[in-house]
Design a protein around this ligand. Structure first.
Ligand code: NAP
Length: 445
């Protein structure tokens, strides 16, 4: 790997990279099949990713004809790595086994280790015989929509395909490694004005928020809309805020500290609700919600923007869905992609049907949407919310931080990149976007 790394650092040509021998193994972050029961009967909060995530060498599998090996310069921590590491809501080895039963190539994924990670920036090291649009030496980022392009159901919106998967969560050989394996249709150009770690933290969350709030497949924001964004300084929330602002609409960001509120204001989100300060008690007890608290929340939103939200960007799930459905404007939309606090949701259906509201489900994005979201990063109209950087060897600590909501924005992970700040090739665009704007999340972290 040292030879390849030196060549990548020296900006070697594709020809040179192609001539260098590939290692048989790679350093990677993984969970183990024989440990999938280690947290049984424990409370979620007590399940510690630092016990279940391991860094070590694993074999690099043979390359399928439609795939590429990528030398991963940097990756990021996503919430799906938290889920994998605490084996909730189920062990991800079940996903790998299912993929393993699908085809000869799928079989490679059903291993006793699961290499995690659903983001990456890096350099293409090899391409399979069917790959046309990418070549060795290309500098790339990776999105995580993993689809079988021979499946007819993948050929309208690929997120509707019957065997759509999230790479590094429902597949093996993810991005938290020195070498990862991707399908060629996961590759996108790396934004030239960003460092490896700034470029690595976007694809998963950025594409998700793009589909939810920009694409016709979600609930596109229009000028003048008021959009309530839960977790507005978190991964998907911080991209959502930027898309709402870019659309000429008004975000109302919900966060849980004064520091996060200040950070959001610097990003351009004028209206922020600090839910910790307000101390909303939407649930009186485990089974009963409190409509008067929903009402208090609604009044706070009206006091800020003078109206009820046209759109609510939902993902906390059980804790907030009742309130989200209640505060949404008549005929408005709640667009949801997750349920961090619990997926068995309760809301008062009378508020939904009597006021003609819609709940819209959304999940990651198709290639076109991911490409468009990546283009917004490449153009500098959306900035990466990078707040902290860990090494691959300490990525389990970063996962622990995320599990306990002790982070802001996105956490980057250096894999082959030996230090931060490398990989920038377009200094002119970087200056235009501005160091101040690019470093907002780091300064507040
Ligand atoms: P994140 O960086 O941890 O941000 C989530 C934010 O939600 C936190 O910063 C927190 O903000 C807020 N939050 C957490 N629990 C809450 C609660 N009980 N009530 C109100 N707010 C709460 O995570 P993320 O990357 O943005 O992901 C958020 C969720 O979306 C995760 O469950 C993830 O798995 C899911 N996701 C789904 C997709 C998809 O394709 N379906 C894609 C990306 C992410 P404050 O404490 O500041 O309020």
């Amino acid at each position: 790997m040292t030879e390849i790394l030196e060549a990548v650092r020296a900006g070697a040509s594709g020809e040179t990279l192609a001539s260098l021998p590939l290692p048989k193994t790679t350093r990677a972050l993984f969970v183990k099949r024989d440990e999938q029961g280690m947290f049984d009967a424990m409370d979620s909060r007590d399940k510690d990713p630092r016990q279940s995530l391991h860094v070590g060498e694993v074999p690099i599998p043979e390359l399928a004809p439609d795939e590429a090996y990528v030398a991963v310069m940097a990756s990021s921590i996503n919430f799906n790595t938290v889920w994998t590491s605490i084996f909730e809501p189920m062990s991800t080895f079940g996903f790998l086994d299912r993929l393993g039963r699908e085809s000869v190539w799928g079989k490679r994924h059903a291993q006793d280790y699961h290499v995690v990670g659903s983001d990456a920036s890096g350099v293409v090291l090899r391409v399979g015989s069917l790959v046309r649009n990418w070549k060795v030496g290309d500098v790339v980022t990776v999105h995580c929509n993993y689809v079988d392009d021979q499946d007819p159901s993948a050929h309208d919106d690929s997120m509707l395909s019957s065997n759509q998967r999230i790479w590094g969560f429902e597949t093996n050989f993810g991005g938290l490694a020195d070498v990862c394996v991707v399908k060629a249709n996961q590759l996108m150009p790396k934004p030239t004005h960003l460092s490896w770690e700034e470029a690595a933290v976007n694809a998963l969350c950025n594409s998700t928020s793009y589909r939810m709030l920009v694409s016709a497949n979600g609930k596109p924001v229009t000028q003048g809309d008021k959009v309530l964004i839960w977790g507005a300084s978190g991964g998907i929330g911080s991209f959502a805020v930027q898309y709402v602002l870019n659309a000429g609409a008004t975000p109302i960001g919900v966060v849980s500290s004064a520091k996060k509120a200040a950070m959001l204001r610097e990003l351009g989100c004028e209206h922020v609700i600090d839910r910790a300060e307000k101390n909303y008690q939407f649930w009186k007890d485990e089974h009963t919600q409190d409509e008067s608290e929903w009402r208090r929340f609604g009044k706070d939103i009206r006091a800020l923007v003078g109206a009820d939200p046209d759109i609510v960007f939902e993902h906390p799930g059980r804790s907030t869905m009742g309130a989200s459905v209640f505060v949404t404007k008549r005929a408005g939309t709640i667009v949801t992609c997750a349920a961090t606090s619990g997926y068995m949701i309760e809301y008062d259906n009378r508020h939904l049907w009597m006021k003609l509201k819609t709940i819209k489900g959304s999940h990651f994005s198709n290639y076109r949407e991911a490409w468009a979201a990546n283009q917004a990063i490449c153009d500098g109209t959306v900035v990466p919310p990078l707040s902290a950087v860990f090494s691959l060897d300490t990525a389990a600590d970063a996962t622990y931080e995320m599990h306990h909501n002790r982070h802001e924005g996105k956490i980057g992970v250096l894999c082959l990149a030996e230090s931060e700040g490398l990989g920038v090739t377009n200094t002119e665009l970087r200056a235009k976007v501005g160091e101040d704007r690019l470093s907002i999340f780091r300064r507040y972290a």
